[in-house]
Write a protein that binds this ligand. Structure first.
Ligand SMILES: Cc1ncc(COP(=O)(O)O)c(C=O)c1O
Length: 963
């Protein structure tokens, strides 16, 4: 009998769900095989054994779709085209810039750079470590200070970090932090929020008053918000003499020409590197820089890249000192910053490499010249300027003409800075040219001959006392790569040293290194999104606002929360924004005395670090033998602290990789005691479509868009950490004083900001928007299910070789699993670090090490890895276990074996001499598949202790590499 098959419909052929299959690793057949290996006949059965029934969502996610890639891109293009791009003269920390196309294509749009992880595994990260060292050298040179970190989140939060660092290093007894009233208003807004919960008194006044103020810290802006450039040397000396630590917010482009804060005697210099080739992007992401004196190295927030040596004595780079600061020091950490802005710092560093000191000087001089020409033309026509000494910005008295001029400029395609009823401001940047001067003069009703003006101003530089006289960017790296061939090859050389997702799976538990699909990434570099100033009038940003509102709707659906705050630009920032909302809410209810934050032992280090930034005292709650919160201990702590309980911070599923079944009870207990529940959303990817933060009973939660919603990790940032809030907390979420969102009637009006801009890293939000759009509600749920399937498959396949530390009541893990290496260490001396390094020889990045349990590794395969890649990883882990057995059996000495010598480099195996007890083949091609796709670590195992003892954090002299 002929078989009757259903006819194929047009709807089938349209393949509207094609993207889902591209995002998910295993296809239906592979899923069946994996389930069969676990004696399961369906994914539903697995989920039923994994996610407690009591917290499952009753209805599907209310998100339409899926939508095909091309259609989603076309939708977004239509939305983006609603943005009206004007040339910006708004300034205030955000300037037009040209991203050199060689950097745009080979770094920003290159998965080799954007899919890498934070360089904890230094041996396979030497490329981006070198890029970050370039960045640090550039910051050291331009600020004139001795030590720079590898980026912070934005200028305003960097100011807040400067304030807390000042408190740590200053010996002054004063509780005052002095802020120059001419700082950017968004900076003051964020500093105010931070100071409130630390209990510091802020004095905001004209800079000159800093000399007479007792204060533990002083914050100055140079050039300031009016554009004025002043030599702060005497003021800094006076403030320091009274015991204050002095921080200067500054501008890299201005510093190419101007005297450095270091030369003026400042203790700290910080600011944004945005205008070094990173698009404004409606506010971010951009790298903030932060530099200080060497003596302050241990008080500084953020990561520092340092120079060390490898096992062969070769120069090698690594993260120094603060590598995992929060994990080690928890509530005593300098800061909660974890994800920073590495990709953007790399881009800014490469901008300096590409242009070199001469190129930068030409750009800076051109910007200054344009500003000067404009000033001269206006002055000649009778306008009064508010300052004589400026680099690129100044304010103009425009009197009754203010509105008319503003409108004329707008009509001609320019946004001016609206500084007051009778003043306007302008800031010039590298994208401006003489045609812009002509148009702007016309808007001001001024007739000017540019060439004549140029002849008049060309010989009148800024006063000598304001100019820098020292050489900058003298290292060869800034003087070698100025042709495109040189630059492309330099970038490729660095990229070749790094293992990113474009090579193999990166199974970092808690980090969710899932696919960052090309269709998600493409809109990020559309000019419609890139060239928008964060403080442009909202009617020009209609496309951005529509996209953001769409994403907010999606996130509401996923979390179950009615309110979403898009300001925080990292997960840790989200934690901060959420706890601040809780504290404000409690204060409004007359419960400001609530100052205890309960945090389970298994929590990520940023949780306690954040709690202390909100003036909370951390009390640790124990975990039981199964890795769950110990409810008996929780009850005891609640009873003990009840009246003073502010909040519980809890990660769900837990960092132990299980869906604990008592989660609802835990949340109810906290609420009954008068506290609020903060859910750390790092593991939200295991909830989407199955349960939600609101369903489990949380009050507020952040979402790491750079984990669950596909924003790539960029080698350590950018990120986005928006928070979802229950209705009662919504009025207490961050607002923004420069650019309020949500109209007059918004319930959170006047609440202080937590980030420099209202929508955090707005220009990377299209990534999450595209992901959700292309997956639709059904695809998102499948992603969660397959993430859980992949993790259980890996746990199942490896449990014979490595004990799985924690499983749920039915023997299943959530979306990640912890393998216990401690028994191996006890028997052989082989540690999780040795296994991590040996995995490099097999072509894999290590899983997360020693978090949340020391002596373990945590594997999170994500839904995007196919069965073939999972099987290769499993084969590698098994092969390593068998190597460890050879050590156990005494075939290889404990200190002379492939694990202790890992990773192996070409230098190891090409020499004439080989006196190891295993073969060269075993060293570098331990399994057949490795030979086909070999990744060569560029250095041998790096000596961490040497690096910390001999702290050196600037570019290495070239001879040292040659040696
Ligand atoms: C459980 C958990 N909480 C918080 C964070 C901090 O997030 P972010 O790095 O985005 O600041 C992380 C980061 O890895 C995490 O894993």
């Amino acid at each position: 009998m002929p078989q009757t098959t259903a006819p194929i419909t047009l709807a089938d052929l349209e393949q509207r769900n094609a993207f889902i299959a591209r995002h998910l690793g295993p296809d239906a057949a592979a899923q069946r095989d994996m389930l069969a290996a676990m004696q399961l006949d369906s994914i539903d059965a697995l989920i039923a054994q994994t996610v407690p029934a009591g917290i499952r969502l009753a209805a599907p996610l209310p998100i339409n779709g899926p939508t095909p890639e091309e259609e989603a891109l076309a939708d977004l293009k239509r939305i983006a085209s609603r943005n009206v791009l004007k040339k910006s003269l708004i300034g205030m920390g955000y300037y037009g810039t040209y991203t050199p196309t060689v950097i745009l294509r080979n770094v920003m749009e290159n998965p080799g750079w954007y899919t890498a992880y934070t360089p904890y595994q230094a041996e396979i990260s030497q490329g981006r470590l070198e890029a970050l060292l370039n960045w640090q050298q550039m910051i050291i040179d331009l600020t004139g200070l001795e030590l720079a970190n590898a980026s912070l989140l934005d200028e305003a939060t960097a100011a807040a970090e400067a304030m807390t660092m000042a408190r740590r290093v200053s010996k002054s007894k004063s509780n005052v932090f002095f802020v120059d009233a001419a700082c950017f208003p968004q900076t003051i807004d964020v500093v105010k929020t931070r100071a409130a919960w630390f209990g510091y008194e802020l004095v905001i006044a004209p800079a000159t008053q800093a000399a007479d103020q007792d204060a533990f810290g002083v914050l100055l802006q140079y050039p300031d918000v009016t554009g004025t450039v002043a030599d702060h040397g005497p003021l800094i000396a006076a403030a320091r003499a009274r015991g204050a630590c002095v921080a200067v917010a500054t501008d890299l482009m201005a510093l190419v020409l101007l005297k450095s804060p270091g030369e003026m005697g400042a203790d700290i210099a910080f600011g944004s590197a945005q205008r070094f080739g990173v698009p404004m992007g409606f506010g971010g992401p951009h790298a903030a820089f932060f530099a200080t004196r060497e003596a302050n190295s241990r008080a500084m927030a953020g990561r520092i890249i340092g120079v060390s040596k490898d096992a062969r004595g070769k120069t090698a780079l690594r993260m120094a000192l603060q590598t995992r600061e929060q994990h080690i020091r928890r509530e005593k950490a300098n800061s909660n910053i974890c994800t920073s802005q590495v990709l953007l710092a790399n881009m800014a560093g490469f901008y300096a490499v590409w242009h070199g000191p001469e190129g930068l000087r030409a750009i800076a001089r051109r910007i200054h010249r344009l500003a000067k020409l404009f000033a001269a033309g206006l002055s000649a026509s009778g306008f009064t300027l508010r300052t004589d000494n400026f680099f690129d910005s100044f304010d103009i008295e425009t009197g009754e003409e203010t509105g008319t001029i503003l409108q004329a400029a707008l009509d001609a395609g320019y946004n001016l800075r609206h500084t007051g009823a009778a003043t306007l401001g302008v800031s010039f940047d590298e994208t401006h040219a003489r045609e812009d001067l002509i148009a702007l003069f016309a808007a001001f009703g001024v007739a000017a001959d540019i060439d004549a003006l140029d002849q008049a101003v060309a010989g009148t530089p800024l006063p000598e006392a304001l100019l820098r006289t020292d050489a900058i960017l003298t290292h060869p790296v800034f003087n070698s790569h100025h042709t495109e061939h040189q630059m492309v090859r330099y970038l490729k050389r660095l990229q070749n040293k790094d293992l990113a997702l474009d090579h193999s799976m990166i199974s970092l538990g808690s980090c969710t290194m899932k696919l960052n699909a090309t269709s998600e990434m493409i809109p990020v570099t559309w000019p419609e999104f890139g060239a928008m100033h964060p403080f442009a009038p909202h009617d020009q940003a209609a496309g951005y606002l529509e996209m953001i509102e769409g994403l907010v709707d999606y996130l509401r659906a996923v979390t179950g929360f009615p309110a979403i705050c898009m300001q925080p630009n990292s997960g840790a920032q989200g934690e901060y924004a959420g706890l601040v909302a809780i504290r404000r809410y409690q204060a409004a209810r007359g419960e400001a005395h609530r100052n205890i934050c309960l945090i389970p032992k298994s929590a990520h280090g940023t949780n306690p670090a954040t709690a202390q930034m909100c003036g909370l005292e951390v009390v640790v709650v124990a975990c039981d033998d199964n890795g769950n919160v110990d409810v008996i201990d929780l009850k005891a702590k609640l009873a003990q602290h009840g009246e003073h309980l502010a909040a519980l911070m809890i990660t769900y599923p837990s960092t132990h990789g299980v869906f604990e079944e008592a989660i609802r009870e835990i949340c109810e207990l906290v609420h009954a005691a008068g506290g609020q529940v903060y859910m750390d959303g790092a593991n939200l990817n295991a909830q989407v479509g199955l349960t939600s933060p609101a369903t489990i009973g949380a009050d507020v939660s952040h979402m790491n868009l750079h984990k669950t919603f596909c924003i790539p990790h960029g080698g350590g940032g950018p990120g986005m950490g928006p928070i979802g809030l229950a209705a009662h907390l919504a009025p207490f979420m961050a607002d923004h004083m420069v650019s309020p969102t949500g109209g007059e009637a918004r319930s959170n009006a006047g609440q202080g900001a937590v980030s420099a801009v209202p929508f955090g890293s707005a220009s990377i939000l299209p990534i999450s928007w595209m992901y959700i759009r292309m997956m639709g509600g059904t695809g998102l749920k499948q992603a969660t299910e397959v993430a859980i399937l992949n993790a259980n498959y890996v746990a199942n396949q490896l449990s014979g070789d490595y004990p799985v530390l924690y499983v749920g009541s039915q023997g299943r893990v959530a979306h990640e699993c912890i393998l216990d290496i401690r028994p191996i260490k006890a028997a052989t001396g082989i540690t999780e670090v040795d296994i991590a390094k040996r995995l490099m020889d097999y072509g894999f990045h290590a899983p997360t090490m020693s978090f949340p349990v020391p002596g373990t590794i945590m594997i999170e395969p994500t839904e995007s890895e196919d069965k073939g890649e999972l099987d290769r990883f499993i084969a590698a882990m098994r092969a390593i276990r068998s190597e460890i057995r050879s050590i156990e059996a005494g075939e290889w000495p404990a200190n002379d074996n492939p694990l202790k010598h890992a990773p192996h480099t070409q230098a190891d195996v090409i020499g004439d001499e080989w006196n190891r007890p295993y073969s060269r083949e075993q060293a570098v091609f331990p399994l057949a598949f490795v030979r086909e796709n070999k990744f060569w670590p560029s250095v041998n195992r790096i000596d961490d202790v040497y690096g910390d003892r001999n702290l050196f954090c600037a570019c290495v002299p070239v001879e040292e590499y040659e040696a």
